[in-house]
Design a protein around this ligand. Sequence first.
Ligand code: MG
Length: 150
Amino acid sequence: MILFLDFDGVLHLEGEGHLPNDGTDFCFLPSLEALLREFPHVRLVISSSWRERLAFEALIAPFAEDIRPRILGVTPPRGSGLSHSFAHREGEILAWLQAHAAAGEPWVALDDAEWQFDRHKDRLVVCGSFVGFDAEACAALRVHFESTRP
Ligand SMILES: [Mg+2]
């Protein structure tokens, strides 16, 4: 199972800053990492727009040492995939799956931008942009992870 992970509005509240070292604190990352430790079969791909501004090493630096090796990469640049759709993020995810011959792989997206998804809303766990990864989102993500536990 692959988790496509957004940062803003998920790992921290929307509007708190967008680059490391500007005071941005991924305050919800520890609870996401705690959940990920329960499900070692889950791998991560970063779908956040941060991927277009930071090198991969900087992007994964905030993650715990045991989680970092589980991060496979980042989705392709904005606009990849479904050019006819405004659901950019979903298109980028599908493009990543296709590029990695992983079209049959179960996946779930954790994101605060519901409008970025169209045909695969059933694979989306939505966070409130000004709520972040709370207990409700954690429970919803757990259901997805449980359903694919080997
Ligand atoms: Mg976001």
